[in-house]
Design a binder for this molecule. Structure first.
Ligand code: IPD
Length: 307
């Protein structure tokens, strides 16, 4: 598409910065004499490790309200409001522009005072991710990407696959993964730990589990991580965990696709029979792999899945 979404992106930037500033006070005072842990009002959602804080809810209410005022016909999918009541189909090609919001990605980090957390706002046009805005308040980093127009961090163009990254192989890679919180699936814990075992036996530079799916993707886009995956057994990423990050990573030249390609057939792009990648990624699935080059993604997939 050729929509630049200028007004949507400008609004997303303002709202991400405002929501991020709302998080800063907590991050700055956490663990100091000023701290008042109860002011976070932490509650649990799907299971004891799935958290929401009062600030998640406050951020999402603010973002959704402001979008509703400026773009009353647009649809909004937010982690805290729509997350529990089922997901509106974001990939309807005839649907209205749809905003996909994670008011705090990395909520557990945030609640613990760990700085790896962010606000994520994705915009889907005609059923496809079109713009992504991510703000990390602790590092004061703002990522902005629009389809076909590149990815930027604090106004500077980023490319995850620049320089030697284009030829990066698994043995030289820093590999991120998310265990997530729902290991309820039959055999899920074994699948996850076996995959890490295979990576370590294969040999990698390092493994990392950062706790924010959106930042994982922004960091691949920045070349800080070489490859990340999620969705082996955990409940998996939801659209708000990767919609904005998908645009940032894809515009930075990275390859994002499904980790488990054949399951149910729905991960395969109907048009080409290929595994859907980039903007054709199936937004309703949970299994994700993203890396600085396509060969590294395939190599990692083979090792992780023991193929
Ligand atoms: C979570 C984080 C985590 C991922 C989970 C997500 P939240 O998002 O992105 O890294 O493994 O699947 O739900 O709940 O902190 O917004």
């Amino acid at each position: 598409g050729n929509c630049e979404c200028r007004e949507e992106v400008a609004l997303a930037v303002r709202l991400a910065l405002e929501a991020g500033r709302n998080m800063t006070r907590h991050l700055e005072t956490r663990g100091t004499a000023h701290e008042n842990p109860s002011d976070l009002d932490i509650s649990t959602k799907s299971n004891p490790s799935d958290l929401a804080t009062a600030i998640d809810v406050m951020n999402e209410d603010h973002i959704a309200r402001e979008i509703g005022i400026r773009f009353p016909s647009h649809r909004i999918i937010g982690e805290e409001s729509t997350g529990s009541g089922g997901i509106v189909d974001p990939i309807d090609p005839d649907g209205e522009t749809t905003w996909i919001i994670d008011p705090i990605d990395g909520t557990t980090n945030f609640a613990s005072g760990l700085p790896l957390c962010c606000v994520s706002i994705g915009v889907c046009v005609r059923g496809r991710p079109h713009a992504g805005v991510v703000y990390s308040p602790a590092t004061d980093e703002l990522y902005v990407a629009v389809r076909g127009m590149g990815a930027y961090r604090n106004g500077v163009r980023i490319s995850g696959c620049a320089g030697d990254k284009a030829a990066r192989t698994l043995s030289d890679s820093v590999v991120g993964f998310e265990f997530g919180y729902a290991c309820a699936e039959e055999g899920g814990i074994d699948r996850m730990t076996n995959a890490v075992g295979r990576l370590l036996r294969h040999g990698v530079r390092a493994t990392r589990s950062l706790g924010s799916g959106v930042l994982d993707l922004c960091y691949v886009a920045s070349g800080r991580l070489d490859v990340v995956y999620s969705g082996l057994a955990e409940e998996g990423w939801k659209p708000w965990d990767y919609c904005a990050g998908l645009v940032v990573a894809t515009e930075a030249g990275c390859t994002m696709t499904h980790l488990l390609p054949r399951s149910g057939g729905d991960f395969v792009d109907g048009g080409t029979g290929e595994i859907a990648r980039g903007y054709e990624f199936n937004l309703l699935t949970k299994s994700v792999i993203c890396g600085v080059n396509a060969e590294l993604v395939e190599e990692t997939r083979r090792v992780v899945l023991g193929m």
